[in-house]
Design a protein around this ligand. Structure first.
Ligand SMILES: C[S@@+](CC[C@H](N)C(=O)[O-])C[C@H]1O[C@@H](n2cnc3c(N)ncnc32)[C@H](O)[C@@H]1O
Length: 363
């Protein structure tokens, strides 16, 4: 599986889309806002006046969450600017994701974004003074160079960096699993961790070239709380998928070998692992490193459906591995629903641990 050609969230604005099923990820962006605010304020205080501020959101996907972090960052800087009595600023925003991401939907949502910026900045006198904000879409993997040298002030990424650049090599023996579980051989854990380390090191190296002096990054990944490799958490969701696929094998709806060769290209790092890699790579200092938790079923919004939310992320990977004609996706997620319904504790066990790290470039 070539992840950069395959991975994307379900596009569009329909019932199964990421745009309509990413309330949980939206909550995570809001939960980490204080860390992002602190980092962007500290950046602003080190800038020369009237510089155009260049911000990149990496792994932006498509839908309302694409614009949320950027709107928050612009609002925070603009408040700082107003408090200091400085002149109005210009922003250049880069929205990045893999080439198969639904950039069309992003561009269609641009007028709404500009409108909300205008509303955000409506003064008491009713006059509009919105900052000029220029938005560019950037298609490509964040494990490669994406921007010219010294061109960015701030990089933000939420829920993108636990995705690996490839399924680790040498995990053919992870049979019966689709991810790391307590029954995975030790060599499989090692292969997953080493792939994560290689990818994260590349990410840090490339971003350190692209960020300017005093540049900052805030990254949130789906991770683990501690060194317990198999602590249940978001990985439990992949175990439920493995159970679902086994039931479909028993019904002879899919081939066992095909399931054995299906592995998720994702790794959930612990804060200690993140710290170890950042310190080893030596381009950034860590300002904040924090974990937070959110339960999968914590969104009590009636529009939120846990299975649809999982489907909007997992479906493109399943389709790419099994093929549309081989495996009926409605059938898969119907079965997944049954698996959850038969294990009332299943949903409670799905706890998402967020590892957030705020980094400053070593000049
Ligand atoms: C779960 S979505 C998160 C989207 C959004 N940031 C949010 O918080 O709702 C993860 C996104 O990261 C993107 N992604 C994963 N690996 C990537 C890579 N190597 N380069 C760029 N984007 C990547 C995926 O395509 C996906 O759109």
């Amino acid at each position: 599986m070539e992840v950069s050609k395959v991975l994307h969230m379900n596009g569009g604005m329909g019932d199964a889309s990421y745009a309509k099923n990413s309330l949980l990820q939206q909550k995570v962006i809001l939960m980490t806002k204080s860390i992002t605010d602190e980092a962007i304020s500290s950046l602003y205080n080190n800038l020369s006046p009237r510089e155009t501020i260049c911000i990149a959101d990496l792994g932006c996907s498509s839908g309302p969450n694409t614009f949320l972090p950027v709107s928050q960052l612009i609002q925070t800087i603009d408040k700082e600017r107003e408090n200091k009595g400085h002149e109005s600023l210009e922003f250049h925003v880069f929205l990045n994701d893999l080439p198969n991401n639904d950039f069309d939907t992003i561009f269609r949502l641009l007028p709404t974004f500009h409108e909300s910026l205008r509303k955000q900045n409506m003064g008491e006198d009713g006059l509009f003074d919105p900052p000029n904000c220029f938005v560019t879409g950037v298609a490509g993997s964040f494990y490669t160079r994406l921007f010219p040298s010294n061109s960015l002030h701030f990089v933000h990424s939420s829920y993108g960096l636990h995705w690996l650049s490839q399924v680790p090599d040498g995990i053919e023996n992870n049979k019966g699993n689709v991810y790391l579980t307590s029954t995975s051989p030790k060599s499989v854990y090692k292969a997953y961790y080493e792939q994560y380390e290689r990818d994260f090191v590349s990410f840090l190296k490339y971003r350190s070239k692209e960020l300017m002096k005093n540049g900052r990054m805030v990254l949130t990944m789906l991770g683990r709380k501690n060194e317990d490799r198999f602590s249940k958490g978001c990985s439990h969701e992949w175990e439920l998928l493995a159970t679902t696929l086994k039931l479909l094998i028993a019904q002879e709806l899919i081939d066992e070998e095909k399931v054995d060769s299906f592995n998720i290209p994702s790794y959930n790092p612990s804060p200690v692992e993140v710290m170890y890699i950042v310190e080893k790579e030596r381009s950034f200092t860590i300002d904040v490193l924090k974990t937070s938790e959110i339960q999968r079923n914590s969104c009590d919004d009636e529009k939120y459906n846990m299975v649809k939310s999982f489907r909007s992320v997992a479906e493109p990977l399943l389709v790419s591995h099994f093929g549309h004609d081989e495996l009926n996706m409605d059938q898969v997620f119907h079965k997944y629903n049954e698996v959850i319904a038969n294990d009332c504790k299943a949903i409670e066990k799905i706890m998402f641990v967020n590892v957030t790290v705020s980094l400053a470039k070593i000049n």
